[in-house]
Design a protein around this ligand. Structure first.
Ligand code: ASP
Ligand code: MG
Length: 411
């Protein structure tokens, strides 16, 4: 059976007019003799509206009722899609996740899909039907409705593709694909034809807008190729696949940047085992996400300097936690708002020497000062003054030839 999984995001089903449009996309796959399984998100804005209502009812709204409430948005979208396909003469019906069933494990609001019963859907596909399955929701072993986290219908689509061994999994959204850098910030940004799971995960600031990161991780673990494309423009999108499927002719695949970061430095920290842990433990307890961390080698063996970055919205909380921390001593505490992390990402850097140097030289030529550096196997990040973000992205985009056509290809 040649199965294709088509997932539509909130904006793709945002109005009845758009739903009519995507019904045509679905019909086109059916005409190509695919067995089509559709996963839909709620119409855009609906989930937020429902959450708002729950907050008006109680500032401590029950988690299990939250799931019943917010999952209803998907039910509406699915029935409208099925209704339109029936109108067009196709055999179609909506499937709520408990009807499939799609079972989940874990707590309410944040469950994970662990099993999908294929029997009913397969029978329906054999009869020529087009099942429209609700994304984002499942049912647990107590027969209660669950949801799998905001943006979760991407993960629903990946899991359906996995269980049904789909030939293709296509994520229809409101952008044309993944870009070399944010196209709203840089007009030279180019659509990436093929990208590896790992790169996509590292490009969080770009990638997260396109797909929910957890679902990319699910796709990676299950080796499922994902195509991301626009519901509104007929053009090929971006293929997210395993590294070995990609012929690289560029060292760097993309450049991402953060906004609203702040830097915290502790100068002259008493250097003894456990200091770093005592600084970061209370931060993690308070759910403050620490990003880049650097610690100097202490020259005299007694004192060291430690710098890390956080989101600016966490700055006041962080200040308070550090100042109240009795387990650490330091000479000076410095906080600085308005820094930005620029990252270049690409599996090509594993096999190409000199990438780090080229990045630093490019920034130096533009007189941009690097404050903190961190690297991973496929990413180099630098912390710079936020004001230089755009200048840095333009320069790096050019240096690594991302402006040029002739992108990565598949075998
Ligand atoms: N409707 C859900 C949300 O807004 C799930 C999704 O869109 O993927 O989070
Ligand atoms: Mg969504």
């Amino acid at each position: 059976m040649k199965i294709v999984v088509l997932k539509f995001g909130g904006t793709s089903v945002g109005t009845t007019k758009k739903i009519k449009k995507i019904a045509e996309i679905i019909a086109d796959y059916k005409k190509k003799n695919y067995k089509v399984i559709v996963i839909s998100s709620a119409m855009s804005g609906v989930t937020n509206e429902l959450i708002k209502k729950s907050c008006e009812i109680s500032d401590n709204f029950s988690d299990s009722e939250y799931d019943v409430l917010v999952s209803s948005g998907e039910q509406i979208a699915c029935s409208l899609i099925a209704g339109r396909l029936i109108h067009k003469g196709y055999k179609s019906r909506s499937w709520l996740s408990w009807q499939v069933p799609i079972t989940t494990l874990g707590e309410h609001k944040n469950s994970r899909i662990n099993q999908i019963n294929k029997n009913n859907i397969i029978k329906y596909l054999r009869k020529g039907g087009i099942p429209i399955i609700t994304g984002f929701q499942g049912v647990n072993n107590e027969n209660r409705i669950t949801t799998i986290g905001r943006g979760g219908s991407d993960a629903s689509a990946i899991m359906v593709a996995k269980f049904f061994k789909a030939d293709r999994c296509i994520i229809y959204t409101d952008v044309e694909g993944v870009y070399t850098t944010d196209p709203n910030k840089l007009k030279y940004a180019k659509k990436i034809k093929v990208i590896s799971y790992e790169e996509m995960l590292e490009m969080a600031s770009l990638g997260a807008k396109v797909m929910q990161p957890v679902s990319i991780q699910d796709a990676r673990l299950n080796r499922i190729d994902i195509e991301v494309k626009s519901s509104f423009i007929k053009k090929s999108g971006t293929l997210i696949t395993k590294r070995t499927n990609i012929i690289n002719n560029k060292i760097i695949t993309g450049i991402s940047s953060t906004q609203n970061d702040s830097k915290v430095s502790l100068i002259g920290v008493k250097d003894k085992p456990g200091v770093a842990a005592s600084i970061f433990k209370p931060l993690s307890k308070n759910s403050i996400n620490v990003d880049m961390v650097v610690q100097n080698i202490s020259a005299n063996g007694k004192e060291t300097d430690l710098t890390f970055t956080i989101k600016t919205e966490d700055l006041n909380k962080t200040k308070k936690i550090i100042q109240e921390n009795k387990n650490i001593s330091y000479r000076k505490l410095i906080f600085e708002r308005g820094v930005s992390k620029i990252s270049i990402i690409g599996v090509g850097m594993i096999t190409t020497p000199g990438v780090t140097f080229r990045m630093f030289q490019t920034l130096a030529n533009k007189k941009i000062n690097i404050q903190v550096i961190s690297t991973s196997e496929i990413k180099i990040s630098v912390l710079i003054d936020k004001k230089s973000t755009k200048k840095a992205i333009i320069a790096l985009h050019k240096e690594f030839k991302l402006d040029k056509k002739n992108e990565h290809k598949t075998f």
